[in-house]
Design a protein around this ligand. Structure first.
Ligand SMILES: [Fe+2]
Length: 288
């Protein structure tokens, strides 16, 4: 199947996807990192250009359904109950529902639906085994889990890349597609993930909030002496340049509304990577 791509429609989809990060304060830059890991994996595994683009776009859009999960569950500072997990486990299907009849739905549907499935068929929402998932879903499953493991949450620090890769390798053939897991380990060994790990965008740093733990992504052109607000605890921090990065100094806890903005550089970068105006898309049940 081929899908015609209008730039403006693609841009609107990316803007829609960026609303998720406004709701989910813990995951600043998550979609960008999953997209980048996915792209690198797809290239490493030798996928066609159109598929690499679909993975990249799918990474940005995969958690769209989180807009349907309530704040109490989405931003809970602690482990979820079984009922809360059951709600959270519906976000892939909520994402497809949120997409509705969007003209580009066919391109990102599998990324949204399959990124929490497992190779051994124990994932969600459908518990379909790896052989019946698209390669897009299998790649994004590894990319998403690797980023979740290496990201700091309010209730735990992120793992090191080494530890997360050891788990990816251990889980090859269980949680993860063996080829995608091997490709991820090989990229990590080659240092090819280091510009993504701990970043929220191209040359866009991630910092741990010194008050609540989750990530803060100061704006791309942040300077020494600027301030930034943590989307989770709403603390305003002064940025003090410290070599390549910044130290954060708490100034006040704000009560103002968080003003989310789409990552324009990521949007531009995806638009410029579009291989052609007509994209070849894998059918829903693809056994490659
Ligand atoms: Fe997800």
């Amino acid at each position: 199947m081929t899908v015609k791509i209008e730039r403006e429609v693609l841009e609107s989809l990316l803007t829609m996807a960026s609303f998720v990060e406004a709701r989910d304060a813990y995951t600043g830059g998550h979609a960008w990192r999953v997209s980048q890991y996915g792209k690198l994996l797809a290239e490493e595994m030798g996928l066609a250009k159109d598929d690499v683009f679909v993975v990249r776009l799918g990474g940005l859009v995969h958690d769209l359904g989180k807009v349907g999960v309530s704040d109490t569950v989405l931003n809970k500072k602690g482990a979820l109950t079984n009922d809360e997990f059951a709600l959270m486990h519906q976000h892939p299907e909520a994402g497809v529902a949120a997409l509705g009849d969007h003209p580009l739905a066919a391109i990102v549907r599998e990324a949204i639906l399959e990124h929490h499935e497992r190779y051994d068929g124990e994932g969600y929402p459908t518990r379909r085994p790896g052989a019946s998932l698209t390669v897009i879903g299998r790649i994004l499953g590894v990319a998403d889990a690797f980023d979740a493991m290496t990201s700091t949450r309010a209730y735990r620090a992120g793992m090191t890349g080494d530890r997360a890769i050891a788990i990816v390798t251990e889980e090859a053939g269980r949680q993860f597609d063996p080829a995608a897991a091997e490709a991820m380990a090989s990229l990590f060994r080659d240092g090819a993930l280091s510009h993504v790990l701990g970043h929220a965008g191209e040359e866009h740093l991630m910092l741990n909030c010194p008050v609540c733990g989750p990530m803060i992504a100061p704006s791309e052109d942040a300077h020494d002496g600027d301030t930034t607000v943590c989307p989770s605890c709403r603390g305003r921090f002064a940025l003090h340049r410290h070599g390549e990065t910044f130290d954060l100094e708490l100034q006040e806890v704000t009560t103002t509304l968080y003003m989310p903005q789409p990552d324009r550089r990521a949007v531009r970068s995806v638009l410029s990577a579009l291989p052609s105006r007509r994209l070849k898309v894998r059918e829903a049940v693809d056994r490659s």
